[in-house]
Design a protein around this ligand. Structure first.
Ligand code: 13P
Ligand code: SF4
Length: 348
């Protein structure tokens, strides 16, 4: 068994040996022991763009979760191979919607609303769901472009089926002026629309999914911070619940949170409602500011954390051995339609 410093040295050596044949994108929520090796870091949108731009690397070792590696495969060239260092690195939110459930929902909802709906899916979803959206004239979105994509979708149809994160859907639509009274929730387990009013009124149909990390931030956390640090700014990710987002001072994508704190004046205080590895990194980097988690018990993303140094090394060694492990490959038909859905986002 190698010690930590030996593993690190081995990863540096392999990176040097493979040179431009290897590309490692890393999401901001990855552990420090992994992110130090990333050739590009970013939020979901930035990493999708980076994956689309890189035409050179033979191997893309994706340090993030499964849906991100799928997106990289969809956007990459046929001769590029995408690897995920640990196949168990999924996303609990993406797991809350599977394609069978989505097709069932769409059929039932079409009986209620006819041809007045357009599906939008957060990139935190399977390739099959992205593909469904592409086929039904819809698109993908991320937390960085959610306002733009909802505005686009409303220019096409009267109502949006928003997958799979109810909070991002609700928070964004509310910002755009859709009242809460016009938002219904689709329960995929009960196969039922939670709604007892006039159907004509429905503008947003929110899939009943959530992020298990961001849902852990509560109104109690906000009140405690307001009481203990009245001078702190509270900034949260829009995957947090509606109440928390409304009670915070600001909300935005991972990238917006980072930029806001980096640009803030020295001496300012920030209570942050997002993933723990990122908050800890900001605390360390922004030494002239006080940066801490909005939830004192902190909120790690357990699946992001499955990508650790031993798994990264194991993945890289498998390339050298000529038998790359955990290849993420989306089938051709799914690829085609999900590319359509992603392109509608990337070109806007
Ligand atoms: P962004 O990276 O788009 O902010 O999304 C956050 C997230 O939960 C990624 O899984
Ligand atoms: Fe999924 Fe939430 Fe983890 Fe992002 S932070 S990968 S949405 S569980």
């Amino acid at each position: 068994r190698l010690r930590q410093d030996e593993m690190e040295q081995r990863v540096w050596d392999i990176k040097e040996q493979l040179g431009s044949r290897l590309f490692i994108p890393g999401h901001y929520y990855q552990k420090d022991e992994v992110i130090q090796f990333a050739d590009a870091t970013g939020d979901s949108l930035q990493l999708a763009k980076v994956a689309a731009e890189n035409k050179e690397a033979e191997y893309i070792v994706f340090c993030g979760v499964h849906f991100m590696a799928e997106t990289a495969d969809i956007l990459s060239e046929p001769e590029q191979t995408v690897l995920l260092p640990d196949r168990r690195a999924g996303c609990s939110m993406a797991d809350m919607a599977d394609i069978k459930q989505v097709r069932t929902a769409w059929n039932i909802l079409q009986d209620l609303f006819g041809d007045t709906m357009i599906p939008l899916t957060y990139v935190n979803s399977t390739a099959a769901i992205k593909s469904f959206c592409g086929e039904q004239e819809g698109a993908t979105l991320t937390s960085s472009n959610a306002h733009r994509m909802l505005t686009w979708a409303f220019s096409k149809k009267e109502r949006i089926l928003f997958l799979p994160d109810q909070h991002l859907g609700r928070n964004t639509a509310y910002d755009l002026g859709v009242p809460l009274e016009n938002m219904a929730v689709w329960d995929p387990i009960q196969e039922k629309l939670e709604w007892d009013g006039d159907l004509e009124q429905v503008q947003m149909i929110l899939w009943k999914g959530h992020c298990s990390v961001h849902e852990k931030f509560t109104i109690d956390n906000v009140e405690e911070v307001r009481a203990q640090h009245p001078d702190a700014h509270i900034i949260v990710h829009p995957e947090c619940s509606f109440d928390v987002v409304q009670a915070a001072d600001e909300n935005g994508s991972t990238n917006k949170i980072i930029e806001t704190i980096r640009q803030a004046p020295a001496g300012s205080k920030w209570a942050v409602g997002t993933e723990m590895n990122l908050v800890n990194r900001l605390t360390k980097e922004e030494t002239e500011k006080a940066v801490f988690s909005l939830n004192p018990n902190m909120c790690p993303c357990l699946t992001m954390n499955r990508i650790d140094l031993p798994h990264l090394l194991w993945s890289l060694e498998s390339i050298l051995e000529g038998e790359p492990h955990h290849i993420i490959q989306v089938d051709e038909e799914t690829k085609q339609w999900s590319l359509t859905a992603l392109d509608r986002m990337l070109t806007r």
